[in-house]
Design a protein around this ligand. Structure first.
Ligand SMILES: Nc1nc2c(ncn2[C@@H]2O[C@H](COP(=O)(O)OP(=O)(O)OP(=O)(O)O)[C@@H](O)[C@H]2O)c(=O)[nH]1
Length: 203
């Protein structure tokens, strides 16, 4: 019997301006709660959640980075081994949306070119304070070839969907990479194992 307690392992890193709700999204997904008086993240935090998709165990390593500028050099070093990035802004904060091109430059510079990036507009429970329309965000994400989703960490809207859709896409990408990498020597049977994930840097 295998020692591994999962079929797939993926690293997901959340980035975006300070205060947009990255920590709350992670806590909502991993612990099912909305923390009161959440302080700013210092450096980087790390959580794990294993989910089951189509009968396969998918272990998600979720890294929550600090949005504050002064931590940028620390957080950048976490991009490289990320399989997916969740680029988050706050729909009630125009400034957090206007900073997105700057974040995309960071991704371009520090992340793998195979990384999957999802754009997330958080805090949709504050609809009356919205400063960035859904249409504007959709146009931006389409132009940048990113998926777009609006969430509320507070009301738990779309949070599960965000992580599960991402896990699902990461699995299909991993399978495609496997096909490409093993063209000359296909694995027998279903042969699923973590060694499929040649795109990862885990040890
Ligand atoms: N109304 C509402 N408030 C939210 C939501 N998500 C986060 N907040 C609030 O926004 C503030 C910042 O949330 P954090 O999760 O700490 O933000 P962050 O992006 O992790 O911030 P840094 O750690 O500084 O990068 C907190 O006061 C949260 O309570 C949401 O979905 N709705």
């Amino acid at each position: 019997m295998s020692m591994e307690d999962y079929d797939f392992l993926f690293k997901i890193v959340l980035i975006g301006n300070a205060g947009v709700g990255k920590t709350c999204l992670v806590r909502r997904f991993t612990q099912g709660l909305f923390p009161p008086g959440q302080g700013a993240t210092i450096g980087v935090d790390f959580m794990i959640k294993t989910v089951e998709i189509n009968g396969e165990k998918v272990k998600l390593q979720i890294w929550d980075t600090a949005g504050q500028e002064r931590f940028r050099s620390i957080t950048q070093s976490y991009y490289r081994s990320a399989n997916a990035l969740i680029l988050t802004y706050d729909i009630t904060c125009e400034e957090s949306f206007r900073c997105l091109p700057e974040w995309l430059r960071e991704i371009e510079q520090y992340a793998s070119n195979k990384v999957i990036t999802v754009l997330v507009g958080n805090k949709i429970d504050l609809a009356e304070r919205r400063e960035v329309s859904q249409q504007r965000a959709e146009e931006f994400s389409e132009a940048q070839d990113m998926y777009y989703l609006e969430t509320s960490a507070k009301e738990s809207d779309n949070v599960e969907k965000l992580f599960l859709d991402l896990a699902y896409r990461l699995i299909s990408e991993a399978r495609q990479n496997t096909l490409v990498n093993n063209v000359s020597s296909p694995l027998p049977g279903e042969g699923k194992s973590i060694s499929y994930l040649t795109c990862c840097n885990f040890n």
